[in-house]
Ligand binder design. Structure first.
Ligand code: FAD
Length: 332
């Protein structure tokens, strides 16, 4: 069993934050600033914001790329002592007051509290060798990586309005675009027909990808009819999904698949908090809301940890008590 690992291999923290998006990093910043040991395990830094080329509605930033905004929060969190590990949490257990998480790379992290800020990740094709080609010709972000394939042959799997947007970006740039639309009569198809260098595969699915050191071939299939395409890149933009199987024993989900939390970010499991797009307290999926929800979960986690440690220290919910104290002191 994976928990039977040597003591030395275990990383101990007060709070484990899962997720390197705006919610997780904002949470880490607050927790680290309270001098608690916070470890962030993040499959990537930036999360969904790395797919946003321009953000114009994050207060205090007139215009910024999504990624540079998140990198600033990361630096701020690290400046206060947050430790960031690029990895993925795969399993979670709770033994008494302690959570034990295991990562893809085999790390074991013990923590008193958890802030889960796993947000959403690009929907994958589901092919066994898919991860091998990420960054080697396979991309989940047209806007980020299209310029790398100027004058090359590329395939795109997408649909709907996003498909239209992606075709608009790729067609003028690439030599040839194989547009694979899993659904028939999709609204993006008529639009794609306007471009002479776009070849449409309507109702096809990608069933295999091949390559030596980088992606070279994409095999598509419609009702058993297979076509092999030679490409330099494959872009997959099929929306985003939540991948939180490891959390499911500890939380309830609502009809939208969000983790149900109360207004303090608490889930049904003591010590486990959820934040950001993952959580039910963010009705609008926006960066500033995710950041705020990360902070709510962080403050609740700080109180929880201090309580478990038997410390009297407690962050109040508002300034009222402090103001009253000042008023009493100065007889205002
Ligand atoms: C293309 C696009 C444009 C957008 N534009 C705007 C905009 O202009 N303004 C705005 O306010 N909002 C915008 N948004 C929405 C905004 O990006 C999200 O609301 C916000 O990023 C959510 O942050 P989050 O931290 O909750 O989740 P995410 O950003 O999804 O981050 C989740 C993090 O968790 C990590 N993770 C997931 N599972 C695990 C695991 N098991 N182990 C370790 N790490 C894990 C991921 O790798 C990622 O780092 C946009 C979103 C997209 C996709």
């Amino acid at each position: 069993m994976w928990l039977a690992m040597s003591e030395e291999a275990v990383i101990k923290s007060d709070v484990l934050v899962i997720g390197g998006g705006v919610a997780g990093l904002s949470a880490a910043l607050y927790i680290a600033r309270q001098n608690l040991k916070v470890v962030v395990v993040a499959a990537d830094i930036g999360g969904q914001l790395s797919y946003a080329s321009v953000i114009e509605n994050y207060p205090g930033f007139e215009s910024s790329s999504g990624l540079s905004l998140v990198l600033k929060i990361q630096q701020q969190a690290q400046g206060f002592g947050a430790e960031i590990i690029i990895d993925e949490v795969m399993l979670l257990e709770k033994r008494g007051d302690v959570f034990i998480a295991k990562t893809k790379k085999g790390l074991v992290i013990e923590s008193i509290a958890i802030v889960a800020a796993c947000g959403k990740a690009p929907r994958k094709l589901g092919l066994a060798n898919e991860d091998l080609f990420v960054g080697r010709g396979l991309s989940y972000c047209v806007i980020c990586d299209a310029p790398l394939y100027k004058g090359k042959a590329v395939a795109l799997v997408s649909f709907g309005e996003k498909g239209v947007e992606n075709i608009e970006l790729l067609a003028p740039l690439a030599k040839e675009v194989y547009y694979i639309v899993p659904y028939q009569k999709d609204l993006s198809i008529e639009h794609a027909k306007r471009f002479a260098n776009v070849k449409i595969f309507e109702g096809y699915k990608v069933v295999a990808i091949h390559g030596d050191r980088k992606l070279e071939k994409v095999v598509v299939d419609r009702d058993g009819e297979k076509v092999e395409l030679s490409v330099d890149a494959l872009f997959v933009e099929m929306g985003f999904e939540t991948r939180i199987d490891f959390l499911k024993p500890f939380v309830d989900l609502n009809e939208r698949g969000e983790v149900i939390v109360n207004n303090l970010g608490e889930t049904k499991t003591a010590g486990l908090f959820a934040a950001g797009d993952l959580a039910s307290n963010t009705p609008y999926k926006q960066a500033v809301i995710a950041a705020a929800s990360g902070v709510i979960a962080a403050l609740s986690a700080i109180n929880y940890v201090n309580n478990v440690k038997g410390l009297k220290k407690r962050i109040g919910v508002d300034w009222e008590k402090k103001v009253k104290k000042v008023e009493r002191r100065f007889r205002l």
